[in-house]
Write a protein that binds this ligand. Structure first.
Ligand code: HEC
Length: 95
């Protein structure tokens, strides 16, 4: 009985981790939401989108709608504040 309860608890914890981890993972979010325009490493894809690797402006751009020409309305409306911070932290680590 004891073992069973432990197994169930472990299984639930793993499920939670599995469900939450991708949502908080800046790298995964970046690849899903930003890389198609800004490149896998944030290196930019001229003339489509500028380099953003290492940028400190990410949180601002995503929170306020950003640069005049940037089509960030879509990512903005589908990202939570926690996801925006995760992406911002990830982009800062890019070079
Ligand atoms: C559909 C293409 C597209 C997607 C998707 C996109 N961007 Fe952009 N982004 C642009 C373009 C184009 C600009 C330049 C806008 C301008 O010059 O006014 C830009 C500009 C920016 C800038 C400002 C760069 C600077 O230093 O001036 C940041 C920061 C940025 N994007 C971050 C992101 C992040 C983070 C994501 C993912 C959540 C993202 N973008 C998704 C196209 C895109």
């Amino acid at each position: 009985m004891k073992i069973r309860i432990a197994t169930v608890l472990f299984a639930s914890a793993s499920m939670l981790a599995w469900m939450q981890a991708p949502a908080q993972d800046g790298g995964t979010l970046f690849k899903a939401k930003c890389a198609m325009c800004h490149g896998d490493q944030g290196q930019g894809k001229p003339p489509m989108a500028p380099k953003i690797a290492g940028s400190a402006k990410v949180a601002d751009v995503l929170a306020k709608g950003g640069e005049p020409k940037a089509p960030h309305i879509n990512p903005m409306s589908t990202l939570t504040a926690a996801q925006v911070s995760a992406i911002a932290a990830y982009v800062k680590t890019l070079k």
